[in-house]
Write a protein that binds this ligand. Structure first.
Ligand SMILES: C[S@@+](CC[C@H](N)C(=O)[O-])C[C@H]1O[C@@H](n2cnc3c(N)ncnc32)[C@H](O)[C@@H]1O
Length: 351
């Protein structure tokens, strides 16, 4: 069985690790494009479908029904038709079901994603008419069955969506939308990178709408989570999100300044994990250095002996500069995408 999964570009290996852990099987994975991977493993579809909804680093999952090499010229559309038709799509349809094709195209081709959807849709209809003698109905708004038709450079994947219409990163708990909110899948990936362990104390000193704190409280059996923000509005929003997530009891909310962590927290932190302002949306650049300096300076005073700091920022050069001056060592840095923005996740430890 081959699954096609999407995640944040740059974090595919974490997605693969989570699939292995949650689906309970060793997988062979391949990154087919940024944020897109195939995962091959032995397993039964009925067993894995419920587990898919427990995945926290992944956006969409589908079951690959057929795959082929494809040309970039108009001939490619013929291949799309044949590959789709031969994938036996009728096995997932009945006269009451409706279907939709969701198409995507990565690379340069002489056809559009709309062409891909049209041709694949026709192939599904023709295959079903031939095999079962009924014409399946298309419903683009609320289909019962979703097929993904994805062209990635020279390859075509036709697959059955298992994770539903909505991306899994859209957690239901988000009732307050912070203007610079982090994708929960990115937040969860940061916690995996930090190797957060059960029983640890976690602090997000610039928590905004509380995404990182909530993901930590829900997914990692931690001892306690502190959610700190200087803005009363965002902190209230974080509280509302935590209530809606059922995580309120595990999180302590503090209105305070990330530059004075040693004055507002009297517990030792095992992990400080945060998504500070980048200086693009919220902050003027010259204020950033003061914020990053004050934050790292006060953070070192509350870290336990196992303590580490994980930060996601587009201002990684500034963070690195400030961290080295303050005597931190950089344990890890990796590039990934936060929406359309190239950012880095960095892990620091006081020397
Ligand atoms: C990029 S946002 C965090 C978004 C959050 N990760 C989420 O998913 O909603 C950065 C946050 O840092 C807060 N902030 C800025 N300066 C701060 C300071 N000195 N102390 C504490 N919080 C601060 C802002 O109010 C803002 O909510």
């Amino acid at each position: 069985m081959i699954l096609l999964a999407t995640t944040n570009p740059g974090l595919e290996d974490l997605a693969a690790r989570e699939i292995e852990e949650k689906l309970g099987a060793k997988i062979k994975y391949e990154i087919v494009a940024g944020g897109r991977l195939t995962a091959e493993f032995p397993g039964v579809l009925e067993e894995i479908v419920p587990k898919i909804f427990t995945l926290k680093t992944i956006h969409k999952v589908s079951l690959v029904l057929n795959e082929a090499k494809i040309s970039a010229n108009k001939e490619g559309l013929k291949i799309i038709y044949d590959v789709t038709r031969n994938s036996k799509p009728y096995l997932y349809l009945d006269p009451q079901a409706t279907f939709a094709i969701r198409s995507e195209r990565i690379g340069t081709h002489q056809y559009t994603s709309l062409d891909v959807a049209k041709v694949a849709g026709q192939a599904v209809i023709d295959a079903t008419l031939d095999e079962y003698g009924f014409r399946p109905k298309v419903n683009l708004d609320y289909p019962t069955i979703i097929f993904d038709s994805i062209v990635v450079h020279g390859r075509y994947f036709f697959s059955l969506r298992l994770s539903g219409e909505e991306s899994l990163h859209k957690r239901k708990y988000r009732v307050y939308d912070h203007p610079a909110a982090l994708k929960p899948t990115l937040a969860y990936s940061m916690l995996m990178i930090a190797n957060l362990k059960p029983g640890e104390v976690v602090v997000d000193p610039m928590c905004g709408g509380g995404t990182i704190a909530i993901e930590a409280a829900l997914g990692f059996n931690v001892k306690e989570v502190f959610c700190i923000d200087i803005s009363p509005k965002h902190l209230r929003g974080a509280m509302l999100n935590a209530i809606s997530a059922g995580a309120y009891g595990k999180i302590r909310f503090i209105l305070g300044d990330a530059r004075k962590l040693n004055e507002i927290i009297n517990t030792q932190a095992d992990l400080i994990v945060t998504n500070p302002p980048y200086g693009i949306r919220l902050f003027r650049r010259e204020k950033l250095r003061d914020l990053y300096y004050g934050f790292l300076n006060s953070a070192s005073k509350i870290l336990s002996s196992e303590g580490r700091i994980v930060v996601i920022t587009a201002e990684h050069a500034l963070l690195k500069n400030v961290a080295t001056r303050l005597g931190y060592s950089i344990l890890l840095e990796r590039e990934c995408m936060h929406g359309n923005l190239k950012v880095k996740i960095m892990m620091l430890k006081p020397m």
